[in-house]
Design a protein around this ligand. Structure first.
Ligand SMILES: *Cc1c(COP(=O)(O)O)cnc(C)c1O
Length: 352
């Protein structure tokens, strides 16, 4: 209401406050707020001067915008496979995909589990590449004491389904002063001062209305994250007959999604039964990006783990508003359904 009363609706004090608070939360040097997470990714590509003829290595098991951002600057997304335990880009697969045209690697902290950023930092250092982060699902995730978003130029989303929201919204974090200067221009018509357009830019600005919501949301982020982690550890302890998610040692997974695996032949049936029993289970993502009709640039890599994951995953509700009763209900329903599944029946037949 204060924003509306003030009449200053776009790119003002609330946006600056949100940028500072979000950067501080993650221990990052600079933050640039934008109008959504896709814009954050595109702005990061542009700020690094990524252009036609360049290649950027990304996972194929992610949301489409990960690759679309690369295509949007005329560059080519090169898809590499995931590590099946964390669902995140495999460092060795990414390194094997490097060519003389590669300019950057952009891992995704998928479902809120940090990608192995120390390894990616080493690989990028060795080959002279930019390290980018698609952090749309990982607000507040950490490796040891270090927050994601501080390893490379990192793009966040504040879409309503994410761990915190501004309705629509996004943010780029960077440690680099020149990237920060570029990002601020790209967000605002390429201007470095009014009506002086130094580079090509767009209107990617965040409103003060969004930022005011973001400032309030950010205060609750630690508590909401803890709820997600508590819900996940409850599921880990009580679910039976499914493969529960892995968290690497010393990593803080923020559980944007709590994603289990079941045999591919039983996945769709389980999903249907969960939905019929009122559980909002979903599949993220039913197809790898390289199978999307819009993608025509696939090189012949082994993407088998990504293909397999798209057929086996189910995400269960893990959000911070879940009640103890709902959590218990989810466990009871999943365990009941899995007990009568083909694979567990086969297992008991084997034992006989
Ligand atoms: C949500 C999401 C985006 C895009 O963010 P928007 O705010 O929806 O534009 C990009 N990458 C990943 C991995 C996402 O989950």
């Amino acid at each position: 209401m204060a924003v509306l009363d003030s009449g200053y609706l776009v790119q003002g004090a609330d946006v600056e406050r949100f940028e500072t608070a979000f950067a501080d939360y993650h221990g990052a040097k600079h933050a640039v707020a934008v109008n959504n997470g896709t814009s954050a990714l595109i702005a990061a590509m542009m700020a690094h001067g990524i252009k036609a003829g360049d290649e950027v290595i990304v996972p194929t098991f992610s949301f489409f915008a990960t690759a679309a951002s690369v295509l949007s600057v005329g560059a080519v997304p090169i898809f590499a496979d995931i590590d099946p335990d964390t669902f995140c880009l495999s460092p060795s697969a990414a390194e094997a995909a490097i060519t003389s045209r590669t300019v950057a690697i952009m891992p995704v902290h998928l479902y809120g589990h940090p990608a192995q950023m120390h390894k990616f930092a080493e690989i990028c250092e060795k080959h002279g590449l930019f390290l980018l982060e698609d952090a749309a699902q990982a607000h507040g995730a950490k490796i040891g004491d270090r927050y994601i978003g501080t390893f490379g130029t990192a793009s966040f989303s504040f879409y309503p389904s994410k761990n915190m929201t501004t309705g629509e919204g996004g943010m780029v974090l960077t440690q680099d002063d020149e990237i920060y200067r570029q990002l601020r221009m790209i967000r605002n018509q390429g201007m470095n001062q009014q009506y002086h357009h130094e580079v090509l830019g767009y209107n990617l600005r965040m409103t003060n209305i969004q930022a005011a919501i973001g400032n309030v949301q950010l205060e609750s982020l630690p508590q909401w994250t803890q709820h997600r982690i508590d819900n996940a550890s409850y599921f880990n302890q009580h679910l039976k007959g499914v493969k529960t998610p892995t968290t690497l040692d010393n990593y803080t997974h923020v559980f944007h999604q709590y994603t289990i695996r079941v045999p591919a032949a039983e996945r769709d049936q389980l999903l249907k039964q969960l939905n019929e029993r009122g559980i909002g289970a979903r599949v993220y993502y039913p197809s790898p990006i390289h199978h999307q009709p819009a993608i025509t640039c696939v090189r012949d890599f082994d993407l088998a783990e990504s293909d397999k994951a798209t057929k086996e995953v189910i995400s269960l509700p893990v959000h911070s508003q879940l009640t103890a009763e709902e959590r218990q209900y989810i466990v009871d329903v999943v365990n009941d359904l899995r007990q009568h599944s083909e694979s567990s029946l086969a297992e008991s037949a084997d034992r006989m």
